[in-house]
Design a binder for this molecule. Structure first.
Ligand code: NAD
Ligand code: ZN
Length: 356
């Protein structure tokens, strides 16, 4: 089969790889119908995620068709159309039983980390993928949802909702600021209304993405390259700050922006993956009763989010800005990496463009 193989920092090829085989009885082999690229894949290609070894097939998002199941798989059958979650979960360990799938202790990947695809085991940017703990890590898809909509449930929608909106404690009437309107920030914007956010302020310095943010539910947009950006955000509150500041970039500068916006008693929900330490002004924050959260997505809200995508309550299709076939995957990477010029949000890579 063909797959997108990582060969060390800066190097990738779309080339031949052995077709995956069942290893554990709980495994399924899925033929990948549709996949996409995440900002995290670009981090890996820069060499920022050293756990990813040369030879690894990348990708942790996908929709596909079950073609083989192990003897311990009971809830799935050959031919089922499924969503591949970016997090595998054994369903039995102490962490899975408390909903902390991100730290599944199941031995696959052997790290106590639920994110294994395209990280510790071969991923979804391939014609076929082996999915461990298939009964828990795959979700059967109903007919009413397209591949391009469903693939947004592999990672970005649960991440924005769980690590941004839920961890930030968004409550009815809240003013919520989302810093960074890439796919993950937009997913937080698209789901903040589920918890009753009253005002949703999108903050970025990319004019196109700010414009897109309105289509996902932002009530206001602020360009953070404007030196007066903070006053503009505060003007949308009672002057004291926002109830919840969601950081969806992953830079020290944007974390500081989130800190500077939170009102007394407010929340800072960090979603961004950081590669360097940040400054945390505890000497100012302690007396403001601020809470700060962070985390790896659990994907335990996926079944609920799937219902909302099926019911068109979340505009999942809007994330898909470009469509490629599998043999155009290098072009898809290039388009995604130059998002500011190409206006890409999520690039769809599919076996059958007519059906995506
Ligand atoms: P992205 O790179 O597409 O989007 C980041 C956005 O931030 C861009 O629109 C960019 O213009 C904006 N930005 C950059 N610098 C800025 C600044 N100084 N001020 C304002 N805006 C600025 O990334 P994405 O795919 O949306 O992912 C966002 C983050 O979430 C990444 O760090 C990613 O690794 C992380 N992530 C975390 C999890 C998790 O489980 N916690 C899961 C998936 C992704
Ligand atoms: Zn587990």
């Amino acid at each position: 089969m063909k797959a997108l193989i990582y060969h060390g920092p800066g190097k990738k090829t779309w080339s031949d790889a052995p077709r995956p085989q069942l290893i554990q009885p709980g495994d399924a082999i899925v033929q990948v119908d549709t996949t996409t690229i995440c900002g995290t894949d670009l981090h890996i290609l820069k060499g920022d995620v050293p756990a990813v070894q040369a030879g690894r097939i990348l990708g942790h998002e996908g929709v596909g068709t079950v073609v083989e199941t192990g003897s311990a798989v009971h809830g799935l059958a050959v031919g089922d159309r499924v969503l591949i979650s970016c997090i595998k979960s054994c369903g039995h360990c102490a962490n899975c039983r408390s909903g902390l799938y991100s730290h599944c202790l199941g031995e696959e990947g052997q790290s106590g980390i639920g994110w294994v695809f395209g990280h510790l085991i071969d991923g979804t940017q391939a014609e076929y993928v082996r999915v461990p703990y298939a009964d828990n890590s795959l979700y059967k898809l109903p007919d009413g949802v397209s591949d391009a909509e469903a693939v947004m449930l592999s990672d970005i929608l649960p991440t924005g909702f769980e690590i941004g909106v839920l961890a930030g404690g968004v409550s009815p009437g809240d003013v919520v600021a989302v810093i960074g309107t890439g796919p993950v920030g937009l997913a937080a914007i698209a789901t903040a209304g589920l918890c009753g956010a009253g005002t949703i302020v999108a903050i970025d310095r990319d004019a196109n993405r700010l414009e897109q943010a309105r289509g996902f539910g932002a009530t206001d947009t602020v360009d953070s390259s404007d030196p007066g950006w903070k006053d503009k955000v505060l003007a949308l509150t009672d002057g004291a700050g926002v109830d919840v500041a969601i950081e969806a970039v992953g830079l020290p500068e944007t974390f500081s922006m989130a800190v500077s916006l939170a009102r007394p008693g407010g929340h800072i929900a960090n979603v961004g993956v950081h590669g360097a330490s940040v400054t945390l002004p505890l000497q100012e924050l302690w007396i403001q009763n601020i809470s700060i959260t962070m985390g790896l997505v659990n994907t335990n809200t996926t079944p609920m989010l799937l219902k909302l995508v099926v019911g068109h309550k979340i505009p999942a299709a809007k994330f898909a800005t470009h469509t490629f076939t599998f043999d155009q995957v290098m072009e898809a990477y290039d388009t995604f990496a130059r998002a500011a010029e190409t206006k890409a949000l999520k690039v769809i890579i599919t076996r059958n463009p007519a059906h995506s």
